[in-house]
Design a protein around this ligand. Structure first.
Ligand SMILES: C[S@@+](CC[C@H](N)C(=O)[O-])C[C@H]1O[C@@H](n2cnc3c(N)ncnc32)[C@H](O)[C@@H]1O
Length: 92
C-alpha cells in the first residue's frame, strides 16, 4: 500500500472529495450515464453489484435507482468513506 492511497483514510480529504471534487470531475454526470447504459446493454436483470472503492456510494446509488431489485456490496478501505456511503439515503 503506498502513501498516496493512505490519504483516502483522511476525514479532511474525504470531505473535500465528496463536497467538491466528485461533482467537479469533468463530465461526471455523463460518466455515470455511460455506466448505466453499458450495464443496461450487458445485463438483462441486474441482481448483484460489487462496488470496489465505493467512496460515498454515488455509483451504487445510481445503479440501485435504475435497478431497485439489485443488491450492492460496497467495499472501501476508508472508514470516513464507508460512513458516508452508509449515511446515503439512496444506498440501502
Ligand atoms: C477516486 S475515489 C472514487 C470513489 C467512488 N467510486 C466515486 O466514483 O466517487 C477512490 C476510492 O477508492 C478507495 N480505495 C483506494 N484504494 C483502495 C484499496 N486498496 N482498497 C479499498 N478501497 C480503496 C478510496 O478510499 C476512495 O474512496
Amino acid at each position: 500500500m503506498n502513501m498516496a492511497s493512505e490519504l483516502w483514510k483522511s476525514e479532511a480529504l474525504v470531505h473535500q472529495y465528496l463536497t467538491g471534487v466528485r461533482g467537479a470531475i469533468p463530465l461526471a454526470a455523463e460518466q455515470i450515464d455511460v455506466m448505466l447504459r453499458v450495464v443496461d446493454s450487458a445485463v438483462e436483470d441486474l441482481r448483484s453489484i460489487a462496488d470496489l472503492g465505493c467512496g460515498g456510494g454515488v455509483l451504487s446509488a445510481a445503479l440501485l435507482e435504475r435497478h431497485p431489485q439489485a443488491r450492492a456490496t460496497l467495499v472501501d478501505f476508508s472508514e470516513p468513506m464507508i460512513a458516508e456511503a452508509k449515511s446515503s439515503r439512496l444506498v440501502r
